[in-house]
Design a protein around this ligand. Structure first.
Ligand SMILES: [Zn+2]
Length: 75
Protein backbone atom coordinates (compact mmCIF):
# COMPACT_ATOMS: atom_id res chain seq x y z
CA UNK A 1 0.00 0.00 0.00
CA UNK A 2 2.92 2.30 0.55
CA UNK A 3 4.05 1.66 -3.00
CA UNK A 4 1.08 3.60 -4.33
CA UNK A 5 2.06 6.57 -2.20
CA UNK A 6 5.62 6.53 -3.42
CA UNK A 7 4.57 6.16 -7.00
CA UNK A 8 2.36 9.21 -6.61
CA UNK A 9 4.93 11.31 -4.77
CA UNK A 10 7.97 10.20 -6.70
CA UNK A 11 6.43 10.16 -10.13
CA UNK A 12 4.34 13.29 -9.69
CA UNK A 13 7.06 15.81 -9.09
CA UNK A 14 4.98 18.83 -9.91
CA UNK A 15 5.44 20.04 -6.33
CA UNK A 16 9.22 19.79 -6.75
CA UNK A 17 9.54 21.51 -10.09
CA UNK A 18 7.18 24.37 -9.33
CA UNK A 19 10.05 26.48 -8.04
CA UNK A 20 8.12 29.69 -8.50
CA UNK A 21 5.54 28.42 -6.01
CA UNK A 22 7.86 27.65 -3.15
CA UNK A 23 5.02 27.18 -0.68
CA UNK A 24 3.78 24.25 -2.69
CA UNK A 25 7.24 22.72 -2.65
CA UNK A 26 7.57 23.35 1.07
CA UNK A 27 4.22 21.70 1.78
CA UNK A 28 5.00 18.81 -0.51
CA UNK A 29 8.22 18.02 1.32
CA UNK A 30 6.61 18.49 4.71
CA UNK A 31 3.69 16.24 3.79
CA UNK A 32 6.14 13.65 2.60
CA UNK A 33 8.12 13.80 5.84
CA UNK A 34 5.02 13.68 8.02
CA UNK A 35 3.69 10.71 6.08
CA UNK A 36 7.02 8.93 6.35
CA UNK A 37 7.20 9.55 10.09
CA UNK A 38 3.60 8.53 10.76
CA UNK A 39 3.92 5.28 8.88
CA UNK A 40 7.35 4.41 10.15
CA UNK A 41 8.64 3.63 6.70
CA UNK A 42 12.08 5.00 7.47
CA UNK A 43 15.09 2.86 8.27
CA UNK A 44 16.94 4.01 11.38
CA UNK A 45 14.94 7.25 11.18
CA UNK A 46 16.20 7.88 7.67
CA UNK A 47 13.96 8.44 4.70
CA UNK A 48 14.45 8.78 0.99
CA UNK A 49 15.34 12.38 0.32
CA UNK A 50 13.34 13.93 -2.54
CA UNK A 51 15.90 16.64 -3.33
CA UNK A 52 17.59 16.91 -6.73
CA UNK A 53 20.83 15.42 -5.42
CA UNK A 54 19.39 12.41 -3.60
CA UNK A 55 16.46 11.92 -6.01
CA UNK A 56 14.66 9.52 -3.70
CA UNK A 57 17.54 7.08 -3.84
CA UNK A 58 19.64 8.15 -0.86
CA UNK A 59 18.24 7.96 2.66
CA UNK A 60 18.82 10.95 4.93
CA UNK A 61 17.52 11.89 8.32
CA UNK A 62 14.69 14.36 8.44
CA UNK A 63 16.78 17.36 9.42
CA UNK A 64 19.09 16.73 6.48
CA UNK A 65 16.16 16.38 4.13
CA UNK A 66 14.93 19.78 5.29
CA UNK A 67 18.39 21.26 4.67
CA UNK A 68 18.57 19.69 1.23
CA UNK A 69 15.14 21.09 0.49
CA UNK A 70 16.36 24.59 1.28
CA UNK A 71 19.47 24.10 -0.83
CA UNK A 72 17.30 23.00 -3.70
CA UNK A 73 15.19 26.11 -3.40
CA UNK A 74 18.27 28.36 -3.46
CA UNK A 75 19.84 26.82 -6.53
ZN1 LIG B 1 18.86 15.26 -0.39
Amino acid sequence: MYDDFFVNVVMDRSWITTSRISDEYENGVEDFLQFAKRNGIGVNNKYYCPCVNCVNVIRQDIELIREHKDQTLMS
